[in-house]
Design a protein. Structure first.
Length: 205
């Protein structure tokens, strides 16, 4: 080995620790959030919802099937629950409930599994959109919107005796003033009289 080769080898050995060190790992990209916007046009104004397909996929797909099929066109908000109209419930909530066009009820899809809030992480906060149900796994097409935070509707909550909570799947991003106006409309018990008509529901482009 001549003098020049020895010098080159020495330089390579000196540089090796830095030149051949592994590149720093890039931080993992968070999974994109899959959301869909839907606009409900009602007699009292527009309500825009953001549906969380990433965390409540079965519920969102079911709801969008009704939206895309035009089932909510001619539907109604038919129920409002306020502190003063639920005397038989120890656990009070505040929601409005809506559903599809009554003339199309015979076309409803089968009930869907309950996507519990302890799995989805979607809590019943002010403006949360969730599915109405009787027993677990019986939600079909009726939904409700929370007015104020409603933790008793989450998994483990006491509003429903089974403690399984309700299937939250989105939130109102515009039009909570409309939601509150519907809540304060005339009622017979909890039944809106007359119901508030849904003129059209469609995905937002």
């Amino acid at each position: 080995m001549n003098l020049f080769q020895s010098a080159c080898l020495a330089v390579l050995l000196t540089l090796a620790p830095t030149s051949f060190a592994s590149a720093p790992k890039k931080a993992a990209k968070p999974e994109p959030t899959r959301t869909v916007r839907v606009v409900f046009q009602t007699e009292k104004g527009e309500i825009e919802m953001e549906l969380d397909e990433a965390r409540a996929p079965q519920t969102v797909r079911n709801f969008l099937a009704y939206v895309d099929g035009g089932f909510f066109d001619g539907g109604v908000f038919h129920r409002t629950v306020k502190p003063d109209n639920q005397p038989n419930n120890q656990v009070k909530i505040e929601v409005i409930q809506g559903g599809i066009n009554p003339a199309r009820e015979s076309e409803r899809r089968p009930p869907i599994p309950l996507e519990r809030t302890n799995v989805t992480g979607l809590e019943h906060k002010d403006g949360t959109v969730s599915m109405a149900r009787d027993t677990p796994d019986t939600a079909v097409s009726d939904f409700f919107i929370c007015i104020g935070d409603q933790p008793e509707l989450d998994y483990g909550g006491k509003r429903n005796p089974d403690g399984q909570g309700f299937g939250a799947f989105g939130r109102v991003v515009k039009g909570m003033d409309v939601v509150r106006a519907i809540q304060q409309a005339p009622v017979d018990g909890q039944k809106l009289t007359p119901p508030v008509r849904i003129q059209r529901a469609a995905r937002k482009p």
